[in-house]
Design a protein around this ligand. Structure first.
Ligand code: 8X3
Length: 249
């Protein structure tokens, strides 16, 4: 007679597209029950149906919707703080401070709030893991990226701080920091729907990373033995050696 083990639970924010959706699929493929959290209900419901998961509509910048997320998740083994994004590409001189606030809000405060909401559930699992989606923008500055690089640098420090504070508890804290990833929305959002500028980011680059490549790295981290903590994992396409050093043909 075989006894069926209950599926472990993973929560993925920003699961409606790109790296978030790919991560939800990858973790489901590893046997997790995945809670797909995002603002766009239709997308996460379709994804949840596909992977036998659960959809929870929420906005990581809105504490009220995070209470609903916390109420829906009793036990959480893996939390992937993926929701985030870049808004604009102006120089520091020309940038809109409101865009900086929005980027800090979604990339940093959003992670703080989701983590606060789900720490009781992570503790309840007895073996929790938090994976924060950082970026190479959290390591390198580049012109026109000020608001985003500042926010991702902040997220890196937030991740380190959390690891220090949770030391002694059975909760690991990781940062996955991708470089150039060609997703359907990241650059389109940054350039406010300007498809030409968005596509120019990847022009001539032999195989930028895909969302699935990053999801694969996250799934790898989530399937290490419990005592193995992957602090940070920087992942870039072969064609990218640094923020400015991208081989194009
Ligand atoms: C995305 C990487 O180079 O667009 O997080 O800042 S970059």
């Amino acid at each position: 007679m075989t006894t069926q083990q209950p599926r472990r639970t993973a929560v993925v924010t920003g699961a409606s597209s790109g790296i978030g959706a790919a991560t939800a699929r990858a973790l489901a493929g590893q046997g997790f029950h995945v809670v797909c959290a995002a603002r766009r209900t239709d997308r996460i419901e379709a994804l949840a149906a596909e992977i036998d998961g659960t959809a929870v509509t929420c906005d990581v910048t809105d504490p009220r919707s995070l209470s609903a997320l916390a109420a829906a998740v009793e036990t959480c083994h893996v939390l992937v703080n993926n929701a985030g994004g870049a808004f604009g590409s102006e120089t520091v001189e020309e940038s809109d401070p409101q865009a900086w606030r929005r980027m800090y809000d979604v990339n940093v405060i959003g992670v703080v709030q989701v983590t606060q909401a789900l720490l009781p559930a992570l503790r309840a699992s007895g073996d929790g893991l938090v994976v924060n989606l950082g970026s190479t923008a959290g390591r390198w500055a580049y012109e026109g990226g000020g608001g985003y690089t500042a926010a991702k640098h902040a997220l890196r420090v937030l991740t380190e701080t959390l690891r220090l504070e949770l030391n002694g508890e059975p909760i690991r804290v990781s940062e996955v920091a991708p470089g150039m990833v060609h997703t359907e929305e990241f650059s389109l959002v940054r350039f406010e729907g300007d498809r030409e500028r968005a596509e120019a980011v990847y022009a001539g680059v032999d195989q930028p990373l895909l969302a699935e490549d990053v999801a694969d790295a996250i799934a790898w981290i989530a399937t290490r033995p419990s005592h193995v903590d992957i602090d940070e994992l920087v992942i870039k396409p072969r064609a990218q050696a640094a923020a400015h050093k991208v081989h194009r043909t």
